[in-house]
Design a protein around this ligand. Structure first.
Ligand code: NAD
Ligand code: ZN
Length: 367
């Protein structure tokens, strides 16, 4: 049954991303990733009941003398707080974790970001192994070393760059993922094609049914290709001084939508992160076309693919263009010269563009 793939991140920080079904039960994989005597599994109330026992058994098979504890937090973006982060550090203290301890992040991007930040801070930095269980975390948040928690003033305002020691994406865990969360992850998969590779968009266009049906092989291929794009850019620009910013395609608009809606979590009427990025990518494509940079046909192509994947492509009713624009000015992606966007010259070729006029942005938001 071994259909494991490995993507290597090969920059300043080197680590392997392992992708395949059943990795949670692979003691060899985790044996390689663990050092020391202490491991803290960080998870949430949805994921821990499903997968923490299997993971813990695997860790103890790999390292019978290991002391393993758990920190299980309530699920949801609203829990990605400094208060939960402190509780996670308290759990490391209670475990008696030393400098060679390992934090294991078992969950989606919320758990991965918070656990990664706790690992970055505990005794000035210990290992974190990312075990992503959402598609979004597998293709995006578990790779690249960005960790953070939110403040009332905004998302991801406190954090650190802290690359993982290893990433283990067990694709079998996607079978329990709510369909809406799967679709949200597919938005980030589409993003890689939009930024880097029109051929990948063609590949996705031909496989929307298989992806939505959760077909293992198709998803594994999509995850591996996404991780290759991300690994490549992260290796060249680990601290986002330059081209890594391209990964924010759709995110300036997307974050503004999320912020206006009050960071709604799963199950809510409001858009989740992936859905907001889906709308944001279409807006970025429309803005590119409005500025005369890209063909309108490419916007339509992107919109059609996202729609086939069951993703939203228009700004939700009730969000005011002016309010969204004000949010974008507060975003980390704005700078002194005005609004900065990741736009595209065509499908598969994204560019960072500074000094975009407010009126152009409002025009796109008003349609
Ligand atoms: P999430 O972690 O909230 O997970 C979504 C929901 O799915 C949660 O309710 C969770 O409990 C549940 N869940 C997770 N895995 C499951 C499974 N296998 N079966 C059943 N339920 C499961 O959200 P997410 O979309 O994974 O991540 C979003 C977060 O990621 C945001 O906070 C965002 O800022 C962050 N992010 C970080 C980076 C980065 O580079 N660090 C990149 C992108 C996104
Ligand atoms: Zn994103």
């Amino acid at each position: 049954m071994s259909t494991m793939r490995t993507v290597k991140v090969d920059g300043e920080a080197r680590y392997d991303i392992s992708i395949g079904p059943g990795l949670l039960g692979d003691p060899v994989l985790f044996g390689h990733a663990l050092r020391g005597r202490h491991a803290l599994i960080v998870s949430d109330t949805n994921v821990a009941p499903l997968y923490a026992d299997t993971l813990e058994a695997t860790l103890l098979t790999a390292r019978p003398a290991m002391q393993v504890a758990r920190f299980v937090m309530p699920a949801g973006e609203q829990e990605k707080t400094l208060a939960r982060f402190c509780q996670c550090l308290d759990a490391l203290a209670a475990l008696g974790a030393t400098r060679d301890a390992t934090v294991i992040a078992l969950g989606g991007g919320v758990v991965g970001d918070l656990a990664g930040f706790a690992a970055a801070c505990w005794m000035r930095g210990i290992d974190v192994v990312q075990v992503p269980t959402t598609l979004l975390a597998m293709v995006d948040s578990s790779v690249g070393g960005k960790t953070a928690v939110d403040l009332p003033a905004g998302k991801n305002l406190v954090g650190a760059f802290h690359p993982p020691r290893a990433v283990a994406a067990d694709t079998a865990t996607l079978r329990t993922l709510p369909p809406r969360e799967l679709r949200a992850g597919l938005a980030e998969v589409v993003k890689y094609g939009a930024i880097f590779d029109a051929e990948f968009l063609t590949w996705l266009e031909a496989r929307t049914q298989a992806l939505l049906a959760g077909d293992d092989a198709t998803l594994a291929e999509a995850i591996a290709r996404s991780c290759e794009y991300k690994a490549d850019i992260v290796a060249r620009d680990p601290y986002e001084h330059g081209e890594r910013a391209l990964l924010n395609f759709g995110h300036t608009f997307g974050h503004a939508i999320e912020a206006e809606q009050g960071y709604a979590g799963a199950g809510s009427e409001a858009l989740n992160h992936g859905e907001a990025v889906s709308v944001g990518m279409v807006l970025a494509a429309r803005l590119s076309a409005a500025l005369g940079r890209s063909p309108a046909a490419d916007t339509q192509r992107l919109q059609a693919l996202l729609q086939k994947l069951g993703l939203p492509t228009v700004v939700p009713a009730g969000l005011e263009p002016e309010a969204l624009l004000a949010r974008m000015r507060l975003d980390k992606k704005a700078d002194a010269t005005g609004l900065r966007f990741v736009l595209w010259d065509r499908a598969g070729l994204a560019k960072v563009v500074s000094g975009v006029a407010d009126e152009k942005v409002l025009d796109v938001l008003r349609v």
